[in-house]
Design a protein around this ligand. Structure first.
Ligand SMILES: [Mg+2]
Length: 247
């Protein structure tokens, strides 16, 4: 049994940006009474609150729930009445503006013909991350699936963006996203900070994600000393939680 568990969000606990299902919420609530659980994603804290926190059953042990939004650039814990920041790796105004310019440059250089966006296409998230979403932040899953199924569009964009931003981590996330954070800030950084906060080491942690493969947005965890468990569906994750609960 691990001492704490970190779950990826999209594709692991919920469908992409979809609300947490009641059955998954019930399982997480049960687990939260046994061990600390954390959730990580490129999403913003606001998105975490809508997508997960608001859907957790009232009996969840929030003191044992940790949120790692914006790819681990921040950690939030429940202080009894609100989500409190434990740390926040912020970008400067110059860095955020530079990231936005680099994205524009890639779009122009590749002469990309982007479809109309649902919601913002480029977003500053809590001043810790600049996120590009090919068809917009609020696009329906079907639209997202169509846009860059083989990741080619984003791969070529990343090749142009990276040299523009030597201070940054530039990574593909989700189905249509490119996430830009400070160098060294990623899901593994978040996991390391969480372990520190809990008085544990990475070897005590289990990381559960649907993209634990080369090029996947959980890949960074593969090279760490944390245990990892790859899932391929929400049903898979539920089975895993059930088996953990029966220990
Ligand atoms: Mg995922």
């Amino acid at each position: 049994m691990p001492r704490a568990i970190i779950f990826d969000l999209d594709g692991t606990l919920t469908a992409s940006k979809a609300a947490l299902e009641t059955s998954m919420g019930a399982l997480l609530a049960k687990l939260s009474h046994q061990i600390p659980i954390a959730i990580t994603s490129g999403a913003s804290l606001t998105q975490f609150k809508e997508q997960v926190v608001a859907r957790l059953p009232a009996d969840a042990e929030l003191q044992n729930v940790y949120l790692l939004p914006t790819s681990g650039a921040a950690l939030y814990f429940w202080n009894g009445s609100d989500w409190q920041s434990a740390y926040q790796e912020t970008l400067t105004e110059v860095q955020m503006a530079g990231a936005e310019r680099a994205i524009e440059k890639a779009i122009a250089e590749l002469k990309m013909d982007l479809p109309p966006a649902y919601g913002a296409r480029v977003e500053r998230r809590q001043d810790t991350q600049v996120a590009f979403s090919g068809v917009g932040q609020r696009a329906p899953i079907a639209e997202k699936q169509k846009w860059d199924p083989d990741q080619k569009k984003r791969r070529t964009m990343v090749e142009i963006i990276k040299p523009e931003l030597p201070w940054a981590e530039v990574k593909m996330g989700g189905m249509t996203t490119i996430d830009i954070t400070r160098k060294g800030i990623d899901k593994l950084y978040g996991a390391t900070k969480l372990a520190e906060r809990l008085g544990l080491t990475l070897t005590d942690l289990l990381y559960v994600g649907d993209a634990l493969y080369p090029g996947g947005n959980d890949e960074v965890m593969l090279g760490s000393s944390a245990k990892v468990e790859a899932v391929t569906s929400l049903a898979d994750t539920k089975k895993l939680i059930e088996s953990l609960l029966s220990h």
